[in-house]
Design a protein around this ligand. Structure first.
Ligand SMILES: [Zn+2]
Length: 301
């Protein structure tokens, strides 16, 4: 299998990157692949990783050299539709409360469930979705015509959206920093970016397992390599700041399937967890400054 090796961190661009043998063990990676951690910004990422062609083939029809080493898994959709729908409504409430309205773009719109809710809230919606099957379902179920392809290939006008939203997509991207900068350009000044990603290695639950030595090694499947970047509360904040955004709110998200939170001491557990790494899923809401000269850092830095 052909692999791709990065010599610098895909978030901060620094060369101080080190192998993370624990994360590599936990993900049960094949010999060619590993998890690397940046000593400067703390980002963990797959490196060396399968090359982009192998991913493309795998996402298209589950075939190719990657499928021999990492067989496709059936357990893709961990969260039920109704659980996700409740969370989507919370997100839309937060966006409206923050003052967002107008044109909303979703990167990786899947079958259009979020966009359909956003449209109900008064947003004018558009979405990008690489899977033909998902686009067909979005059209059939929600009368949504999504843009084919990935974010990198779109040519929306600068400052043409009020909100860019993305859920569980950025951890799959080969260059999430570039897509974040692109979202910045597509947003009008004052526009909002909202991203939900897993907090795979830094969450309270995963740290606790590591302390107690109860971390379980993943069964070898495509789920071991489908994430190319592993964000935390710290690194997802760095991601938006480096693109020029001002972080507004970093939220721990608790889906009911996270067994830790079903404990009777749920509230206390969440407080401790929030202080010690956060939940297994996190969300950041960030805003493009109205006055570009007020930016703390800019995209070219
Ligand atoms: Zn870095």
């Amino acid at each position: 299998m052909t692999t791709e090796r990065l010599s610098t961190c895909p978030l901060c661009g620094k060369r101080q990157i080190r192998p993370d043998s624990f994360a590599t063990w936990q993900l049960n990676l094949a010999q060619d692949h590993a998890v690397t951690r940046c000593a400067r910004c703390g980002l963990r990422f797959l490196n060396p990783r399968p090359d982009p062609m192998a991913y493309e083939q795998m996402y298209r029809d589950g075939s190719g050299p990657l499928s021999e080493t990492y067989p496709p898994s059936q357990e893709y959709y961990a969260h039920e539709d109704d659980v996700r729908l409740g969370e989507y409504r919370t997100k839309l409430d937060l966006l409206v409360e923050a003052g967002a309205r107008g044109r909303l773009l979703e990167i990786g719109a899947c079958t259009g469930v979020f966009l359909s809710e956003a449209r109900r809230c008064g947003f004018e919606v558009e979405g990008i979705e690489p899977s033909e099957e998902n686009r067909r379902r979005a059209l059939e179920n929600h009368n949504l015509r999504l843009h084919p392809g990935v974010a990198e290939g779109q040519d929306f006008a600068d400052a043409s959206f009020d909100v860019v939203f993305s859920s569980h997509v950025f951890e799959h991207l080969t260059d999430p920093a570039a897509v974040t900068r692109q979202a910045f350009r597509w947003l009008r000044p004052g526009g909002f970016l909202m991203i939900e990603v897993p907090n795979q290695f830094e969450s309270f639950a995963s740290r606790r397992k590591r302390w107690l030595k109860t971390t379980r090694r993943k069964e070898r499947s495509f789920l071991c390599v489908h994430h190319t970047v592993f964000f935390s509360r710290r690194t997802v904040t760095t991601l938006v700041k480096r693109a020029g955004f001002v972080p507004r709110r970093l939220r721990n998200i608790y889906y009911s399937s996270d067994s830790l939170w079903r404990h009777p001491l749920q509230a206390a557990g969440r407080l401790i967890g929030a202080a010690a790494g956060g939940s297994a899923v996190i969300e950041i809401l960030a805003q493009k400054p109205v006055d570009p000269y007020a930016m703390g850092r800019n995209a070219t830095e």
